[in-house]
Design a protein around this ligand. Structure first.
Ligand code: HEM
Length: 453
């Protein structure tokens, strides 16, 4: 089978889910401002919101990351992917699970775990597809032609171990007979938080550690620093899930442990961000902002820094009592998964697809347009959620307010989110068009200069 067939299949499927997931996000946002829109059972709010998160997190981001890693890792390891056939089997099995999820959720058939709503047997099919991915990656590592393992490979191996552990805890262990009440909440918050911290973070960082030096044509600032970040993330992250239950029904000491570990997360974040910015600093000036890829990686890294500073801040008891469960947290989640990890994945697709197609990107101009619209729209998107979240938090704390009044106060912020979200979707349509044209071979040959960069 032709080299990179599996990576190509996963990337193409992920882009279909990106547009579907975004449209579902828009319908969800519309329901906040126009509650009777799409008012039929299959599209009631809890179902459509769940569909948005499942499609965008697993159909788009998780799948795009798997595709990018199957392309990047063999290049770092100077070897071919262990098996393209296994990679295609992974793409088929994984997409069966996602399609099953997409049919089940509107029918109301789902689990009681946020981000883990995918019902059986489809959650078990995801686990099986993860085994296929892991075997392929580990066998490629075992057959590598280089001795030294670059930090992206460390993160990829870490992802394999952590995702296995985190996904089965959230989807299998939390559903076992006898697991209920506070214990179940503890397990599911462990899953929800670590789905970001130990699944999407290491996948995204593996990609960024490869792409930043590559796209800038500059060596990584510090290999030592990259290992500090890796080992601290691997020890610290697992302890932080309980910070979602501060002022909740869990032991006070467990809340304190989660707060302390949340603060220690600043160490790996500073290590990672210093390394990325240091690499930008060492790069020739004309390379730093040339084209969409370095720009996306730079803005993604700025959002990574902000997200990870916001996290410990939100874990302070006095701040938490205001922002917890409000729109603030939705803003925080979007900055991490859209602002950082989707920006990294999009940069990866802009970098990898021309190499898969054997020609340059169809249009650098459109890629830049996509970058600017998405970046400029993301600022008000996150901003209205944070400001609205604080307003909402104070309104909830005032016993004179009815819930309906607090909802009415949020109307301008919800309208703002809807408009900013619509702009992000327009930018993604430009992205998808550019990638389709590139796959169709409409880009210039690599030995010709692009018309505009
Ligand atoms: C790649 C892009 C995106 C990703 C990765 C993403 C991810 C997420 C996640 C993780 C949540 C759950 C947040 C939480 O529970 O705290 C969520 C909720 C939501 N998202 Fe997105 N999203 C994306 C784009 C969008 C867009 C463009 C819109 C609007 C047009 C949107 C609208 C919403 C809405 C309305 C909710 C529900 C918020 C609530 O319950 O109050 N999302 N999204």
């Amino acid at each position: 089978m032709k080299e990179h067939t599996a990576a190509k299949a996963l990337i193409i499927c992920s882009m279909g889910y990106l547009i579907l997931g975004l449209l579902l996000g828009l319908v969800t946002a519309l329901k906040f401002t126009w509650p009777t829109i799409a008012e039929f059972e299959l599209f009631t709010y809890p179902r459509i919101r769940t569909l948005h998160t499942n499609v965008i997190l697993f159909g788009w981001l998780f799948q795009a990351n798997m595709g990018l890693l199957l392309y990047i890792l063999p290049r770092i390891l100077h070897s071919r992917l262990f098996s393209e056939k296994l990679g295609i089997a992974l793409a088929i099995v994984f997409n069966i699970a996602i399609l099953g999820d997409i049919i089940s959720i509107p029918l109301g058939y789902m689990k009681n775990v946020e981000y883990g709503e995918i019902p059986p047997p489809f959650d078990f099919i995801v686990i099986f597809s993860w085994v296929l991915f892991s075997v392929n990656v580990l066998a490629t590592v075992a057959r590598r032609k280089v001795k030294y393992l670059y930090v992206s490979v460390w993160y990829a191996i870490g992802t394999i171990i952590w995702t296995t552990f985190v996904y089965t805890t959230g989807n299998v262990v939390s559903q076992m007979p006898g697991v209920a009440g506070v214990n179940q909440a503890n397990l599911t918050w462990f899953y929800i938080h670590n789905a970001v911290g130990l699944v999407f973070t290491p996948m995204g960082l593996a990609i960024a550690y490869y792409l930043i030096p590559k796209s800038l044509n500059t060596p990584l600032f510090s290999h030592r620093l990259s290992l500090v970040g890796f080992w601290v993330i691997s020890f610290v992250y697992v302890w932080t899930g309980a910070h979602h239950m501060i002022h909740g029904p869990i032991s006070y000491w467990l809340q304190t442990v989660a707060i302390l570990f949340s603060w220690s997360l600043i160490i790996p974040v500073i290590a990672v961000v210093t390394n990325f910015f240091g690499t930008y600093g060492k790069a020739p000036k004309d390379k730093r902002m040339s084209g969409a890829v370095p720009k996306l990686l730079l803005v993604g890294t700025i959002y990574y820094l902000f997200t990870c500073l916001q996290g410990p801040f939100q874990a302070i008891r006095t701040v938490n009592i205001i922002v917890s469960k409000t729109d603030w947290v939705v803003g925080h989640a979007h900055m991490a998964l859209l602002g950082t990890f989707s920006f990294y994945a999009i940069a990866g697709i802009y970098y990898v697809v021309p190499r898969l197609a054997g020609r340059r990107l169809f249009s650098e101009k459109l890629a830049n347009l996509h970058f600017w619209i998405m970046t400029l729209a993301s600022i008000p998107f996150f901003g209205v959620l944070w400001i609205g979240g604080v307003v909402q938090g104070f309104a909830w704390l005032n016993p004179d307010n009815t819930f309906l009044e607090t909802l009415r106060m949020m109307r301008p912020y919800h309208i703002g989110r809807m408009h900013a979200g619509a702009l992000i979707i327009i930018s993604m349509v430009i992205f998808i068009y550019n990638i389709i044209e590139t796959f169709a071979g409409k880009g210039k040959p690599f030995d010709e200069q692009p018309a505009q960069s």
